[in-house]
Write a protein that binds this ligand. Structure first.
Ligand code: GLP
Length: 246
């Protein structure tokens, strides 16, 4: 696990975007796993800037996103599909035929999860998976629990996750869904390279556990210690508890 501490989120975004752009320019048909939330937004901006300068084309990449809320359509402003369209896909030449998402509107959630699992395999697996981390140590929507999930599954969100994310729904007069579909830990761990971005003091405890804690499903992100190619980008606030005794 490589831990890289930067002064601020902008510096992180340049480095993270650089890794992704290099991957795409090495192989235009790369398979990229994307994340939502505030953490990757600056990185997406850097990728867009580089696309606008003609330094990279996203036309032939295939994408998989980590998760989606159950019950939300792609047109809902709080769906993760909408987020990706707004923050990256719609501002580049991404081919929407190659964009893969768990469908929040699926009637048979189990079948939808199986479809996604199979689709990742059919596409040859994920070259780079980008991640954020929840304040409780979740990745994707793999909430703390007593086992690591392998493939995609439907999850009941914890109160901590609802408390962190409900502001986006309240802003438009909606209530946050209690359920989501997410890639499993197995899907994330099978990615050939993983980049995790965490910034701000609110992430410091989860980051300490991720880097220094015992591998345990009670903090799902700790599993990343077992992956051969993980880069963790932190700002100083997120890294502030590293090295301190508990
Ligand atoms: C959500 C998403 C995660 C994300 C996490 C952190 O729960 N499902 O994929 O990493 O929140 O979000 P943020 O980056 O906004 O702090």
């Amino acid at each position: 696990m490589r831990v890289i501490i930067k002064d601020n989120p902008i510096e992180i975004s340049h480095e993270a975007a650089d890794i992704i752009v290099k991957q795409i320019n090495n192989y235009h048909g790369s398979v990229l796993g994307f994340a939502t939330g505030a953490s990757p937004v600056e990185t997406y901006k850097r990728i867009i800037e580089r696309y606008e300068k003609g330094e990279v084309s996203l036309k032939y990449i295939t994408t998989f996103n980590l998760d989606e809320y159950v019950g939300l359509s792609r047109e809902n402003v709080n769906s993760y599909f909408y987020f990706m369209k707004d923050n990256l896909f719609g501002k580049t030449d991404v081919d929407f035929n190659r964009v893969n998402f768990l469908s929040g509107e699926a009637t048979d959630l189990e079948a939808e999860c199986k479809r996604y699992y199979d689709r990742i395999r059919e596409c040859g697996g994920i070259d780079i998976q980008l991640l954020g981390i929840g304040t409780n140590g979740h990745i994707g929507f793999n909430e703390p629990g007593d086992k690591f999930a392998d493939g995609p599954f439907a999850v009941k969100l914890t109160q901590s996750t609802i408390d962190s994310n409900k502001k986006y729904f309240e802003a438009v007069g909606d209530t946050m869904p209690e359920y989501a579909l997410t890639m499993g830990i197995g899907d994330i761990m099978r990615a050939r390279k993983i980049i995790l971005i965490a910034t701000g003091e609110s992430k410091a405890k989860a980051v300490k556990e991720l880097v220094e804690g015992q591998v345990s499903p009670s903090c799902p992100a700790t599993i990343l210690q077992m992956h051969a190619d993980v880069t963790i980008f932190l700002d100083k606030a997120a890294a502030s508890l590293l090295g301190e005794k508990k």
